[in-house]
Design a binder for this molecule. Structure first.
Ligand code: GUN
Length: 291
């Protein structure tokens, strides 16, 4: 069994981005610039946004973090988005999800200029992704594709089961794995909460991608010998071993499943760091398209 080391690969990608930023700075003086809007005090969202800001520093990007109170009206948020849309210095904008209740997430996402939508959530970018046209592909599925590619995992003609149909991960993942590209060309099944024969389907998967948000949900009896297992889940559970009293675990029961599979992503250190690296890559792309 081989670990798919997202931490290492994401560091390689960040090094590649840093080099390119230095070259761009020398030739045009333009520093890529990412803006992030965080509404409210969701602990996990704060952690993710801080990690994104830190990653910007690491690769030489400018970053702007806009924090808004959770009690603001939706119009105030839409005004902030409009300001960033009109700010020529800012190349990419993300609004961290989930938003507090009372916000219309799809209206908010659709208000971001598609050319600055480095999360790839805007309908225009989702549509381009489905049609295999140049676009911003959302960072988590793009990170998984990059990980599969850099470890030379064969996907063509393989059975791929994606568990979870979210707009951010499961749904785009199923499209990327089925399209005529490499990685891709897999026969894809998208399983979800109404799927009745999940274990049977998972047992047929050469590549199993799990994005469900249920800690330790996938057990060894659900996994084919030699499968490649990608775990997108991150749940915070109590721990008596760690200093903080908490630990992060994925949707896959790692200790069991790792005995059976050929490749597996750890949690933490698998898909998570890849997501941030791909967000940076999209921001660089946004910045370059203006140079
Ligand atoms: N919440 C969970 N994942 C993401 C992501 O990739 N982007 C944004 N904006 N919010 C998220």
């Amino acid at each position: 069994m081989k670990i798919l080391d997202g931490k290492k690969i994401s560091n390689d990608i960040k090094d590649e981005i840093s080099k390119e930023v230095n070259e761009i700075l020398k030739s045009s003086g333009k520093q890529p610039h990412l803006a992030a809007i965080l509404v409210g005090n969701n602990g996990a969202s704060q952690t993710y946004v801080n990690a994104k800001v830190k990653a910007c520093e690491r690769v030489g990007f400018k970053s702007t973090l806009i924090r808004l109170d959770e009690n603001i009206s939706q119009n105030i948020l839409l005004n902030e988005i409009e300001k960033v849309n009109n700010n020529e210095d800012i190349d990419g904008l993300i609004v961290q999800l989930p938003l507090p209740k009372n916000f219309d997430e799809s209206l908010v996402t659709n208000s971001i200029l598609s050319s600055k939508d480095v999360d790839g959530f805007h309908p225009l970018n989702v549509g381009n992704m489905v049609l295999n046209l140049p676009t911003f592909i959302s960072a988590t599925p793009a990170g998984i594709i990059e990980l599969i590619s850099r470890y030379n995992i064969e996907t063509s003609g393989k059975n791929c089961v994606v568990v979870g149909r979210s707009n951010i991960v499961g749904s785009p993942m199923s499209i990327l794995m089925s399209r005529n590209t490499n990685p891709g060309n897999a026969t894809v099944t998208l399983a979800h909460s109404r799927t009745t024969n999940l274990k049977e389907l998972c047992l047929k998967a050469d590549i199993l991608i799990v994005a469900l948000g249920k800690a330790n949900f996938i057990t060894a009896d659900m996994v084919k010998d030699g499968a490649c297992v990608i775990d997108v889940g991150i749940s915070r559970v109590k721990s008596e071993i760690t200093k903080s009293g908490w630990k992060l675990i994925g949707d896959v029961n790692f200790s069991e499943v790792s005995q059976k599979c050929s490749f597996i992503t750890p949690v933490p250190g698998g898909v998570g760091p890849m997501t941030i690296a791909m967000l940076l890559k999209n921001t660089l792309l946004a910045s370059k398209s203006k140079i």
